[in-house]
Write a protein that binds this ligand. Sequence first.
Ligand SMILES: [Zn+2]
Ligand SMILES: [Zn+2]
Length: 189
Amino acid sequence: MIYNVSGLLSGKPGESRQHEIENERLTFGHGGQGQKRSSFTQISGPVRMMKTDRTVLVTADIEAVTHASCSRCLEPATVNVSVALEEEFIPKNADLMGGRKDRSQDEDGFYDPALFIDEQNFLDLREVLGQALTGATQIAPLCKDDCLGICPVCTVNRNEIQCTCAQNSIDPRWEALAGLMVEGAESSG
Ligand SMILES: [Zn+2]
Ligand SMILES: [Zn+2]
């Protein structure tokens, strides 16, 4: 996921290159200070790079797989993630851009450091892709769409053990009381 774009940068605006990510893996985030560390596997998809007048426009449709805990039953869950990337990368090496002073020198602070092409003309997609995949990962992943979760009463995993708590969760005495309360509200109103 690191590409040498020297050839592209020395070409004309509008020139493009097509790459393919095939079954790669990426671990994103350092895991410290509350930051989540995410691992993605089976990263695949087309990556297109086009030279604009001052940047390299990267568009990519990426699919990946990550592993998380199911938000209902807490068992390991395999989660599919897909992202459509569209980012402009800015070359630090101004010489290849016709000797012009490039934007990274003018407005350094305005750009994400992940979006710079380094002095050796390597475009590193990992940080941007990691950010995108992490952002696209569901907040509450499920091991399966119809996961039954953990029983709040007896705490068994209801995918594995069919407990009887659910049927008994509404106590008939409370049901009767609820009915009385509705009646009371109606008569007073
Ligand atoms: Zn589950
Ligand atoms: Zn139960």
